[in-house]
Design a protein around this ligand. Structure first.
Ligand SMILES: [Cu+2]
Length: 195
Protein backbone atom coordinates (compact mmCIF):
# COMPACT_ATOMS: atom_id res chain seq x y z
CA UNK A 1 0.00 0.00 0.00
CA UNK A 2 2.82 2.36 0.95
CA UNK A 3 4.67 1.53 -2.25
CA UNK A 4 1.57 2.10 -4.30
CA UNK A 5 0.97 5.45 -2.64
CA UNK A 6 4.56 6.48 -3.24
CA UNK A 7 4.36 5.59 -6.91
CA UNK A 8 1.15 7.58 -7.31
CA UNK A 9 2.66 10.51 -5.46
CA UNK A 10 5.82 10.35 -7.56
CA UNK A 11 3.74 10.33 -10.73
CA UNK A 12 1.83 13.38 -9.56
CA UNK A 13 5.03 15.22 -8.69
CA UNK A 14 6.70 14.33 -11.99
CA UNK A 15 3.61 15.45 -13.84
CA UNK A 16 3.43 18.64 -11.81
CA UNK A 17 7.01 19.80 -12.23
CA UNK A 18 6.59 21.55 -15.57
CA UNK A 19 3.48 23.31 -14.26
CA UNK A 20 5.24 24.66 -11.18
CA UNK A 21 7.95 26.00 -13.44
CA UNK A 22 5.53 27.95 -15.56
CA UNK A 23 2.05 28.75 -14.32
CA UNK A 24 1.12 30.39 -11.02
CA UNK A 25 -0.73 28.16 -8.56
CA UNK A 26 -4.42 27.83 -9.31
CA UNK A 27 -3.98 28.53 -13.00
CA UNK A 28 -3.28 24.97 -14.05
CA UNK A 29 -6.50 24.78 -16.11
CA UNK A 30 -5.52 27.60 -18.42
CA UNK A 31 -1.75 27.15 -18.49
CA UNK A 32 0.32 24.99 -20.76
CA UNK A 33 2.81 22.22 -20.25
CA UNK A 34 6.16 23.34 -21.69
CA UNK A 35 7.85 21.24 -24.34
CA UNK A 36 4.69 20.26 -26.20
CA UNK A 37 4.94 19.60 -29.92
CA UNK A 38 1.90 21.73 -30.65
CA UNK A 39 1.82 20.93 -34.36
CA UNK A 40 0.93 17.34 -33.38
CA UNK A 41 -2.56 18.42 -32.31
CA UNK A 42 -3.15 21.68 -34.18
CA UNK A 43 -6.86 22.18 -34.83
CA UNK A 44 -7.99 19.33 -32.58
CA UNK A 45 -10.58 20.26 -29.94
CA UNK A 46 -12.59 18.50 -27.24
CA UNK A 47 -15.29 17.81 -29.85
CA UNK A 48 -12.86 15.47 -31.61
CA UNK A 49 -13.24 13.09 -28.67
CA UNK A 50 -16.25 11.67 -30.51
CA UNK A 51 -17.29 12.01 -34.16
CA UNK A 52 -19.15 9.75 -36.52
CA UNK A 53 -16.90 7.53 -38.64
CA UNK A 54 -16.97 7.17 -42.43
CA UNK A 55 -18.83 3.86 -42.28
CA UNK A 56 -22.19 3.11 -40.60
CA UNK A 57 -22.04 2.22 -36.91
CA UNK A 58 -18.52 3.51 -36.47
CA UNK A 59 -17.12 6.40 -34.47
CA UNK A 60 -13.83 8.22 -34.61
CA UNK A 61 -12.20 9.06 -31.28
CA UNK A 62 -9.19 11.37 -31.08
CA UNK A 63 -7.47 11.38 -27.70
CA UNK A 64 -4.81 14.01 -27.02
CA UNK A 65 -2.86 13.43 -23.82
CA UNK A 66 -1.50 16.59 -22.19
CA UNK A 67 -3.89 18.69 -24.29
CA UNK A 68 -3.37 21.44 -21.70
CA UNK A 69 -2.17 21.71 -18.11
CA UNK A 70 -5.43 20.50 -16.52
CA UNK A 71 -4.71 17.79 -13.93
CA UNK A 72 -0.98 18.49 -14.43
CA UNK A 73 -1.23 17.44 -18.05
CA UNK A 74 -2.79 14.08 -17.24
CA UNK A 75 -5.89 14.71 -19.35
CA UNK A 76 -7.39 13.79 -22.69
CA UNK A 77 -8.42 16.85 -24.74
CA UNK A 78 -8.47 18.80 -21.48
CA UNK A 79 -10.61 16.36 -19.45
CA UNK A 80 -9.68 14.08 -16.57
CA UNK A 81 -11.37 12.13 -13.74
CA UNK A 82 -14.10 10.86 -16.08
CA UNK A 83 -15.46 14.36 -16.71
CA UNK A 84 -15.89 13.91 -20.44
CA UNK A 85 -18.48 11.23 -21.13
CA UNK A 86 -18.54 9.37 -24.43
CA UNK A 87 -21.50 7.07 -25.05
CA UNK A 88 -21.67 4.74 -28.04
CA UNK A 89 -24.40 2.29 -28.99
CA UNK A 90 -23.54 -1.35 -28.36
CA UNK A 91 -21.84 -3.20 -31.22
CA UNK A 92 -20.49 -0.04 -32.84
CA UNK A 93 -16.85 0.03 -33.89
CA UNK A 94 -14.53 2.55 -32.30
CA UNK A 95 -11.57 3.76 -34.36
CA UNK A 96 -9.29 5.68 -32.03
CA UNK A 97 -6.22 7.80 -32.55
CA UNK A 98 -4.04 8.54 -29.56
CA UNK A 99 -1.69 11.52 -29.70
CA UNK A 100 0.86 12.48 -27.06
CA UNK A 101 2.66 15.71 -27.96
CA UNK A 102 4.59 15.79 -24.67
CA UNK A 103 7.95 14.32 -23.60
CA UNK A 104 6.26 12.53 -20.67
CA UNK A 105 4.97 9.07 -21.67
CA UNK A 106 1.23 8.40 -21.74
CA UNK A 107 -1.01 5.86 -23.47
CA UNK A 108 -4.65 4.83 -23.91
CA UNK A 109 -6.61 1.70 -22.99
CA UNK A 110 -10.28 0.77 -22.51
CA UNK A 111 -10.87 -0.60 -19.04
CA UNK A 112 -13.81 -1.18 -16.71
CA UNK A 113 -14.61 1.98 -14.79
CA UNK A 114 -13.64 0.64 -11.32
CA UNK A 115 -10.24 -0.35 -12.72
CA UNK A 116 -9.28 3.32 -12.99
CA UNK A 117 -8.33 2.99 -9.31
CA UNK A 118 -5.76 0.31 -10.11
CA UNK A 119 -2.06 1.02 -10.51
CA UNK A 120 -2.07 -0.72 -13.87
CA UNK A 121 -4.25 -2.97 -16.04
CA UNK A 122 -2.66 -5.67 -18.20
CA UNK A 123 -5.22 -6.01 -21.00
CA UNK A 124 -7.93 -3.86 -22.57
CA UNK A 125 -11.52 -4.89 -21.82
CA UNK A 126 -12.38 -5.10 -25.53
CA UNK A 127 -9.96 -6.88 -27.88
CA UNK A 128 -7.80 -4.29 -29.62
CA UNK A 129 -8.82 -1.54 -27.21
CA UNK A 130 -5.40 -0.16 -26.37
CA UNK A 131 -2.30 1.30 -27.92
CA UNK A 132 0.61 -1.12 -28.24
CA UNK A 133 2.76 -1.35 -25.08
CA UNK A 134 0.28 0.73 -23.11
CA UNK A 135 2.16 0.15 -19.83
CA UNK A 136 5.32 1.64 -21.33
CA UNK A 137 3.46 4.48 -23.02
CA UNK A 138 4.83 6.68 -25.73
CA UNK A 139 6.05 10.25 -25.79
CA UNK A 140 5.94 12.67 -28.72
CA UNK A 141 4.04 10.04 -30.62
CA UNK A 142 0.82 8.90 -32.20
CA UNK A 143 -0.88 5.48 -32.33
CA UNK A 144 -4.14 4.11 -33.72
CA UNK A 145 -6.28 1.35 -32.22
CA UNK A 146 -9.66 -0.09 -32.99
CA UNK A 147 -12.22 -2.25 -31.22
CA UNK A 148 -15.86 -3.33 -31.28
CA UNK A 149 -17.84 -2.21 -28.23
CA UNK A 150 -19.79 -5.45 -28.05
CA UNK A 151 -20.88 -5.32 -24.43
CA UNK A 152 -22.96 -2.67 -22.69
CA UNK A 153 -21.53 -1.13 -19.55
CA UNK A 154 -19.57 1.65 -17.92
CA UNK A 155 -15.97 1.83 -19.00
CA UNK A 156 -13.12 4.29 -19.14
CA UNK A 157 -10.71 5.41 -21.80
CA UNK A 158 -7.72 5.64 -19.54
CA UNK A 159 -4.04 6.28 -19.71
CA UNK A 160 -2.38 2.89 -19.30
CA UNK A 161 0.92 4.26 -18.00
CA UNK A 162 1.24 2.97 -14.41
CA UNK A 163 -0.52 5.16 -11.81
CA UNK A 164 -1.82 7.74 -14.29
CA UNK A 165 -5.46 6.53 -14.33
CA UNK A 166 -5.41 6.49 -10.51
CA UNK A 167 -4.44 10.16 -10.58
CA UNK A 168 -7.33 10.99 -12.90
CA UNK A 169 -5.94 10.44 -16.39
CA UNK A 170 -9.15 8.95 -17.80
CA UNK A 171 -12.45 9.89 -19.39
CA UNK A 172 -15.74 8.01 -19.23
CA UNK A 173 -16.67 5.59 -22.01
CA UNK A 174 -20.17 4.14 -21.85
CA UNK A 175 -21.54 1.44 -24.13
CA UNK A 176 -25.34 1.58 -24.30
CA UNK A 177 -27.77 -1.11 -25.40
CA UNK A 178 -30.51 1.55 -25.75
CA UNK A 179 -28.75 4.46 -27.43
CA UNK A 180 -29.48 4.94 -31.13
CA UNK A 181 -26.78 7.54 -31.72
CA UNK A 182 -23.51 8.32 -29.95
CA UNK A 183 -23.52 11.18 -27.44
CA UNK A 184 -20.82 13.35 -25.95
CA UNK A 185 -20.94 15.26 -22.69
CA UNK A 186 -18.08 17.63 -21.95
CA UNK A 187 -17.87 18.59 -18.28
CA UNK A 188 -20.90 20.61 -17.20
CA UNK A 189 -22.12 21.26 -20.73
CA UNK A 190 -25.33 19.52 -21.85
CA UNK A 191 -24.99 16.13 -23.49
CA UNK A 192 -25.14 16.35 -27.28
CA UNK A 193 -26.01 13.81 -29.93
CA UNK A 194 -23.32 13.07 -32.49
CA UNK A 195 -24.81 12.87 -35.96
CU1 LIG B 1 -0.98 9.42 -18.65
Amino acid sequence: MMLRFSVVLAAVLIGALPVFGQAPAGHEHTGEIPGLKKEMFAGITADDLLKLGDKPKTVKVVLVATFNAANYGMNFNGFSHGQAVLTVPKDWTVNATFINPSPIPHSAIVIEKPDTKKLQVAEPYFAGGAVKDHLKGLSMGKADFSFVADEAGEFALACGFPAHAATGHWITFNVSADAKVPTLKLGDLPEKEIK
